[in-house]
Each structure stands twice: as structure tokens, then as C-alpha cells.
Design a protein around this ligand. Sequence first.
Ligand SMILES: [Zn+2]
Length: 237
Amino acid sequence: MIAETAGALLGAAGVLAWGARGRSAQLFCPSVWRGPKTPRALALTFDDGPSESTLDLLSLLHTYGVRATFFQLGHHARRLPRTVRRCVEEGHELGNHSDRHHGLWLRSPQFIRDEIERAQESIARLSGAAPRWFRAPYGVRWFGLRPVLRQLGLTHAAWSVLARDYALDAAGIVNHVGPRVRAGAILCFHDGRGMRHSPDISATLGALETLLPRWLDEGYEFLTLSELMQTGGEAAQ
Ligand SMILES: [Zn+2]
């Protein structure tokens, strides 16, 4: 009996863990994790910015004519308002990554609402456009997310490939991401490192200096997340 109860609890915990973190899970809120397989396109996304290093990333993207989607933290957006505007001026899309990057698991619905609303208000005010996409810190969704996202007109966006650029060096990122890329993929990199100020993102930049020309040679085009999800190709899901 105890074993059965323990088994049921473990099973429930497993479902909960999958619902919170699984890239295709829809348990706590609607969520996308990849786009259509045609056209041959990728959506580059960057989390945890803006940071003091975002301008270096913007100039790299500009060099290759690549546009991306930046999931920004409200805290950093208020710190670096000119960088927020610069992202928009260069044709990139902005998404909401919460205000201060707290994990949302085990948090109250009010806490979750405050984290998302505060970031949404800041990013909309500083950039002139309200984000359409939300990415939970660490990708972990939780109870209470669904009504807030619906009210703010946000959809959760997970990823197809997590670059692990916060942990690997440039060569490691290239080796990790390269073989996993397919048409329609949503790629998750980072132009910040959580709440850190002035983070070192040289590994991210170094990897992209190798990967961007390679992907362009392979015929990929780069779309913002909204553009990728609006393409009329064969549905991936
Ligand atoms: Zn993050």
C-alpha cells in the first residue's frame, strides 16, 4: 500500500515536472516550441538581456543581416532603456522573460502575475510595443500562468534547441547546437546571464560568429518568432 501510494506520488510528480519543463508541454498554458518546417527558416532568440554586451551582439547580427527575438527582463530593460530601443530600431522583436528572473515554480498566482505584468509594462513603455511572447525563467511553467498570459495577450514560447551558452565555451556551443538544428527550429541563446550586470557573453558571440555564416550558407533565413509562427508552411505540430 505504501509502495503503491509512493508510486502514485512519484507518477504525479513526474507529470508535474514534465508539465512544468517539457518543451512541448501544454499543461499550465499554451506553449510553442518550434515553427513550421517550411520555409527553411530559424528563429534565433536571446534571453536574460538587455545587458551591457547586447550592443556587441546587435552589431554581429547586423553584420549578417540577421533578425532575432529578445526575451528581456523588466529589471534590465529599465536599467538600459537605450539598448531596448536599439533592438527595436534594428528590426528585432522583443518578448517578456519576467521582471527579475525568479523561478515561477511553487510561487503564488499573485507573485507570477506581478513578475509578468511589471516586465510587460516596462518593455511596452520603453520599446513602444507590447510583447506577444513570454518565456518563463528556466522554461518552467506553473499554476497561475494561464490567466495572466491570456489577459496580456501573451503566448508562452519554449525552444527547440537550448544552446547552453551560459555553461559552454564557444566551441562547445557550436558542437552542441550545430547537429540539433532543423528548419523551423526556435534556438535559445542568452545576451545576459540572469540578473548579473555586465555579464561576459563572449562564448555566445564566439559561437555565433561561426554558426551564423554556416547557417546562411546552408540556406536558412532568420525570422522573428512572430514571423516564424505566421509562416504558412507545413505545420510542425
Ligand atoms: Zn532566463
